[in-house]
Design a protein around this ligand. Structure first.
Ligand code: FO1
Length: 308
C-alpha cells in the first residue's frame, strides 16, 4: 500500500499519474480538510472532492476542481433569490455536497461518507480525510481573521497574511484508518501541495506527524515551488507569513523530521547541498506537470525514489 498526503489541485496531478502507473487500489490518499466550508448550508470538502473527481476521470481539466461540463443553474437561481454566490458550485457538484451533508446529518463520520462517495464514483483508491472532526484553516489579515475559502476564492488571495492557524486541530484525532495506513505503508508520498494550508493541517493533527517520523517506509516528497514561486496558488505568500524562505529549501524544512527524499526542480539544483544538510536526499527532476505523460513520468520518478 502506498500512502499519499495531499491537498487539492497540485497533489491531484501527481495522484493521477500514480493511479496510471500502479493499481489504483494500492493507493491510500490522506486528504486535507482544513479547506472545508459550509456553503448554502452544505458541507463542501474541496480537496476530497478534487481527488475523488480526478480519480473518477470527471474533474474539470481547466480548473482542476469541480466536474467537467458542469452547469450552474442552481447557483444562478440561488443568486436570483438573494444568496451570496462567490463560491462556484456546479449542478452536478452540488449533488456530492447534498449527499455528504445528508449522510453527516444521519450521523455518519466524514471518513464513512468519503468512502461511500468515492465508491459511488467508482474510485478504487481509498480516500481518507485527515480527521473526522471539523478543523478550519483560518487566515489572519490586518482586518481580522477569515476562513480559508473566503481568502482564496472570494478575495482571490489579495489580503496581506499575518497568521495562519487551524481551528480545532489541537483537540482533534486522525480519522479512523489514517494511523494504520501510515503504519502499514510500503511507501509514503507527500504531494506537490501547499506546505502551509494543504499538508500543514494534516501534519498538525495530533499523532500524524509522529506516525510519519516513526514509519520505516521510504518517504518521498515533491516540491510545489520552483525558484521562489509556487507552481500554483498562494503557497509563497503563506510561507512568508510563517517566516519561511520561499523555496524548495523552505518546504524541505517543513518536512525535515520525516522526509527521506525530496524531488525538486532541475532549476533549483543549487539548493541540493542545503537540503541534504537537513538529512534529506535530494533528486532534481522535471516537476512541472501538465499533460498525462508528465504526470506519469513524475509518478515513475517518485516511485523509483521510494525504492532507493
Ligand atoms: N476555486 C476557485 O478559485 N473558485 C471557486 O469558485 C471554487 C469553487 C469550488 C467548488 C467546489 C470545490 O470542490 C472546489 C472549488 N474551488 C474553487 C477550489 C478550491 O477553493 C480549492 O481547490 C482549494 O480549497 C485549495 O486547495
Amino acid at each position: 500500500m502506498i500512502v499519499v498526503l495531499t491537498g487539492g489541485t497540485g497533489g491531484a496531478k501527481l495522484i493521477e499519474g500514480l493511479a496510471a502507473e500502479i493499481d489504483p487500489a494500492e493507493l491510500t490518499i490522506i486528504c486535507n480538510t482544513g479547506d472545508d466550508a459550509i456553503i448554502h448550508g452544505l458541507y463542501v470538502s474541496p480537496d476530497i472532492d478534487t481527488i475523488t473527481y480526478t480519480l473518477a476521470g470527471v474533474v474539470d481539466p481547466d480548473q482542476g476542481w469541480g466536474i467537467k461540463g458542469d452547469t450552474f443553474n442552481a447557483l444562478n437561481q440561488l443568486s436570483r433569490v438573494g444568496s451570496d454566490t462567490w463560491f462556484n458550485l456546479g449542478d452536478k457538484d452540488l449533488a456530492t455536497h447534498i449527499t455528504r451533508t445528508s449522510y453527516l446529518r444521519e450521523g455518519l463520520k466524514l471518513s464513512e461518507v468519503t468512502e461511500r462517495i468515492r465508491r459511488a464514483f467508482g474510485v478504487k483508491s481509498r480516500i481518507l480525510p485527515m480527521s473526522d472532526e471539523r478543523i478550519e484553516t483560518r487566515i489572519g489579515t490586518p482586518k481580522g481573521e477569515i476562513p480559508f475559502q473566503e481568502f482564496f476564492v472570494k478575495l482571490r488571495c489579495a489580503p496581506e497574511v499575518t497568521a495562519v492557524h487551524f481551528r480545532g486541530v489541537e483537540t482533534s484525532q486522525p480519522a479512523s484508518g489514517v494511523l494504520d495506513a501510515v503504519g502499514q505503508a510500503a511507501a509514503i508520498i507527500v504531494g506537490p501541495s501547499n506546505p502551509i494550508t494543504s499538508i500543514g493541517p494534516i501534519l498538525a493533527v495530533p499523532g500524524i506527524r509522529a506516525a510519519l517520523s516513526e514509519s520505516l517506509a521510504p518517504t518521498v516528497g515533491v516540491s510545489p515551488i520552483i525558484g521562489s514561486s509556487a507552481v500554483s496558488g498562494p503557497a509563497a505568500k503563506l510561507m512568508l507569513a510563517r517566516g519561511l524562505e520561499v523555496s524548495s529549501y523552505g518546504v524541505a524544512q517543513c518536512y525535515a523530521d520525516f522526509l527521506d527524499t525530496f524531488l525538486i526542480a532541475k532549476e533549483d539544483q543549487n539548493l541540493t547541498n542545503r537540503i541534504e544538510a537537513l538529512n534529506i536526499r535530494t533528486v532534481c527532476a522535471n516537476i512541472r506537470i501538465t499533460t498525462l505523460t508528465d504526470k506519469r513520468r513524475l509518478a515513475r520518478e517518485v516511485l523509483a525514489s521510494a525504492q532507493k
